[in-house]
Design a protein around this ligand. Sequence first.
Ligand SMILES: Cc1cc2nc3c(=O)[nH]c(=O)nc-3n(C[C@H](O)[C@H](O)[C@H](O)COP(=O)(O)O)c2cc1C
Length: 208
Amino acid sequence: MSTNEYKTILRIDSSLRGDDSISRRLGDNVVERLLRQHPNATVEHVDLAGGMPSIDAAWVAANFTAAEQRSAVQRERLAASDAAVAQLRRADAIVLTTPVYNFSVPAALRDWIDHVCRAGMTFRYTEHGPEGLLADRPVYLVVASGGVELGGPVDFASTYLRQVFRFIGISDVHLVGAERTAADSDAAVAGAMRQLDQRLPAVAGAVA
Ligand SMILES: Cc1cc2nc3c(=O)[nH]c(=O)nc-3n(C[C@H](O)[C@H](O)[C@H](O)COP(=O)(O)O)c2cc1C
């Protein structure tokens, strides 16, 4: 096994549309391509369609309490967040799929972001401003929009997600965009597949 062979691919899906979801179908394709390059990798799957508990006052208080001073209740309150951060840390690559919902991302993905942006764990404050603490790694960011031009002035989804990853130390983000699915979903998917053929060329054409 070469040293840069992936052991773990983390896949996170957030569309509420299940099998009808364009972003999830494209995510399947990305994962398949990665597995052809890294056949021994394990895929860990987080499906946010069922929601993720929002952080609340007790969560914030627990997070702001020094780790060694947290009560058992506080440790329990942070357990899901700790697990989400650990999952991110061990991922060699991340495939994150999302639709654009109301110019941004689905609420459960927003909740997941609250759980993984943890001062002292995934970022820290310095005199020069915040600094990401996670090692860089590839992120395949699959975004489907009904009408919004990805990267355009009202795309607060892909630009937001890029900033979240940058904030925690990850800047190797590859956007795979199926944009304007409402106008022509076949054309949107074909455009995303062309981007994929460029970004994961080693297996271009090998995946249907
Ligand atoms: C609740 C909701 C809000 C949406 N808001 C937007 C939006 O603000 N901008 C946009 O371009 N498309 C919007 N869409 C359309 C979806 O982004 C589009 O249908 C996308 O292809 C869905 O991805 P999926 O097939 O993976 O679920 C919205 C769809 C839903 C269900």
